[in-house]
Ligand binder design. Structure first.
Ligand SMILES: Cc1cc2nc3c(=O)[nH]c(=O)nc-3n(C[C@H](O)[C@H](O)[C@H](O)COP(=O)(O)O)c2cc1C
Length: 215
């Protein structure tokens, strides 16, 4: 099979960013851009981000997870602590998260350190989830392990739905959040003739240094 897609080409011209007018704090710029992303029309998840981790053989892997909270401390997502990503994080907690907001011609890439959130944060978020999602977390108690068929999942879902029809579902201990504490942000804004803007913030001695990168 062979396919030539070299003529897939798009021009970018929606906006420019200037290092002289960006906020001192990258989180403020992220917040501005995230607000813009929330106003994108259509069935779209602005909080979908690619989480990249490195496994114990040195291979990187990226997969999409949902950002659920952000603050000056960092970025929080939730997952299964037995999953491949969580195992990789326990070996090497240097991670990257990235957002691509196509409609805005923007990308944000963040590097940082991931650590488990407190039980309190994980409990509060788990308790706020719809019952079906809670049961789903129980069904996939060993996320990323090999299973025989989809039927097994459906049967488990049915059984647990019955079992918990009148009972509260507590957060499984192997399910919870990670907080990614950023040390670097790169904000990318697509530009005309491939003259894209790339503004990087690097955390040096607890201060954010701002640089423009060549596109
Ligand atoms: C839009 C979207 C949102 C997702 N959100 C999450 C999430 O918040 N947490 C999660 O564990 N997996 C989420 N997933 C599934 C992950 O991409 C991935 O399949 C799963 O976490 C297992 O990854 P791992 O085996 O690399 O650990 C999402 C997938 C998509 C496409």
């Amino acid at each position: 099979m062979q396919r030539d897609i070299s003529n897939f080409r798009k021009s970018y011209s929606k906006n420019i960013i200037n290092e002289d007018s960006v906020p001192e704090s990258p989180m403020n710029l992220f917040d501005n851009w995230f607000n813009d992303a929330t106003s994108i029309k259509g069935d779209f998840e602005p909080n979908a981000m690619t989480l990249s981790t490195i496994d114990n053989k040195g291979f990187p892997k990226g997969r999409v997870v949902l950002l659920k909270f952000y603050s000056d401390e960092g970025f929080i997502f939730f997952t299964n602590y037995n999953s491949e990503k969580s195992v990789s994080i326990s070996d090497n907690n240097k991670v990257s998260i990235s957002f691509f907001w196509e409609q805005l011609e923007r990308q944000v890439i963040i590097k940082g350190y991931a650590d488990k959130t407190s039980n309190k944060i994980s409990d509060e978020y788990f308790n706020s989830r719809p019952k079906g999602s809670k049961i789903g977390a129980l069904v996939s108690s060993n996320q990323s392990s090999v299973i025989d068929s989809r039927v097994i999942l459906e049967q488990r879902f049915k059984k647990l739905t019955k079992e918990f029809s009148n009972k509260e579902i507590k957060r499984p201990v192997n399910w919870g959040g990670f907080l990614v504490k950023p040390i670097e942000y790169e904000f990318w804004q697509g530009g005309d003739n491939r003259l894209h803007d790339r503004i990087r913030y690097s955390l040096i001695d607890k201060k954010w240094k701002i640089d423009r990168l060549s596109p």
